[in-house]
Design a protein around this ligand. Sequence first.
Ligand code: AKG
Ligand code: FE2
Length: 273
Amino acid sequence: MTIATVDIGTIIDLETYPVDRPGDPAYESLLAAGQAALRDKALFSMPGFIRADAVTEMAAELDRLLPRSCRYDRPRSPWDYGDPEASWPQDHPRASKHPCAYNQVLNYQIGNDSPLRCVYFWEPLAQFLRRLCGYDSFYRSECPHLALSSKIAGEGDTDGWHYDSNDVVFSILLQAPEAGGVFEYAPYIRSESDENYAGVAELFANPEGRALRPGLEPGNLTVFKGDLSMHRVTPVNGGRRRIVALFCYDQKPGTNFSQAYIEELEQGLPNKP
Ligand SMILES: O=C(O)CCC(=O)C(=O)O
Ligand SMILES: [Fe+2]
């Protein structure tokens, strides 16, 4: 199957989001709104971007893959993977560790004929996202494990406070839990030149007062500046799992994640390689 054999309009709501019509006034105003939201709030989310039937189908495929997925369950530093915390005072936010527990379905486990992959491979969407981010170049990741992946969080699972190592993250919420599993973030709490540790310490101490909760719904495509905006997903409550799909793009071609991180992930595979 190639993308040409799939009617992408049955998957994406192109009437509301005409991402395939550059030059059309509706496209240009969507782009302008998205750029403004990213600039002001570090996040742009498009509710109902994926049609309800496709959302159900995507969530069901990922649910079927759950038994083969990687289990990740260990406290993590909010800073980049492997941040050496030893040199920071014990009460410094950089020395903190936060619980992190979820299952991750890997790129190579997701079907070539998956509607999710159709969306990831659809070039007009990639071009729209490139312009949204203001990049001259934009490439899909070539990571066999994480180019396209999904995090699945069951009862008690959570994604603790962290910054992302990529500039921008693209996600589609596919299933919301009964309660909890809330995405929270602090827009641009740090800058390229200022870590703002005092602000981060306040956020960790008082997330209720300091974090934004954008209220993501299944079907939303969300673009998020996670490198400068501390964020987390609160613990899931209840039996229905939270399922989110993650797309990786980069300004440089041929990007991969570090082998050390992949090997750590693979430790959580049911049949370790
Ligand atoms: O689950 C989400 O909505 C965000 C996940 C996330 O922050 C990440 O994968 O880095
Ligand atoms: Fe993240």
